[in-house]
Design a protein around this ligand. Sequence first.
Ligand code: MD3
Ligand code: FE
Length: 199
Amino acid sequence: MSVDVGGITVHQGLLEPSQQEALVEQVRRVAQAAPLFRPETARGRKMSVRMTSAGRYGWISDRAGYRYERRHPEGLEWPPIPAIAMDVWRNVSGVARDPESCLINFYDADAKMGMHQDRDEANFEMPVVSISLGDEALFRVGGPGRGGKTQSIWLRSGDVAVMGGAARLNYHGIDRLRPGSSRLLPNGGRINLTLRVVD
Ligand code: MD3
Ligand code: FE
C-alpha cells in the first residue's frame, strides 16, 4: 500500500521481513569496510545520527562544511551500494539512471535530524529514495521554504519513501524514534538508507 504525505510517496511495508534482515546484513558489511562516524557540523556541533555511505560518493560533514566525497574520512573508497537497495531503487525511482550514493544513517533511541533540505546534488529532477529499517521514526515534511506548514508520518521498518517532482526540495526531518517498536535490530535503533544521483 502507498500513501502520499506532502508530495512524498511512502510505500508501506515494501520490504518483507526476510528482505529487511538480508539488507541489514548487507549494511553491516558496508559498516565493516567503512565504519560509522558522527559528523560534525560546520559550527562544530556533533550530529546525533551516526553515518557512513556506499557507492561512488558518500555524504560527509565536518568543520569545512557538508559535501559529497569519493572517500571515507579514513581515506578508503566507499564500498558498493547493497544489492537489495539497488533493487529497491530500480523498482520505485521511476528513472533510468542508477544511484551514485547510498547514505546510511544510524539512529539510536535519542537521535533525531533537524529540518533541512537535500540540495547538495547537481540534478533535482532525480528523485531521492529512502528505506527505513528497525524502530519506527516520526518523519516530518514541510514545503520548499523553512517554517511553513508540515505533515508527519511514522516510518516503519520496510517502508520505502520516494521524494521526487515538486517535493524534491521540501524541508524534512526526523523528530524522534519509538524505541522498542521493532525487533529487527537486536540492540534497537533505526537504520535509514538514502539513495541519490549526485552528478
Ligand atoms: C524529503 N534522512 O539523510 S529520509 C537525510 O530518515 C535525511 O534518515 C532522513 O533526511 C532519515 O538527508 C529522512 C527521507 C527523505 C530523504 C530525502 C528527502 C525525505 C526527503 C528529500 C526531499 C524531501
Ligand atoms: Fe534529508
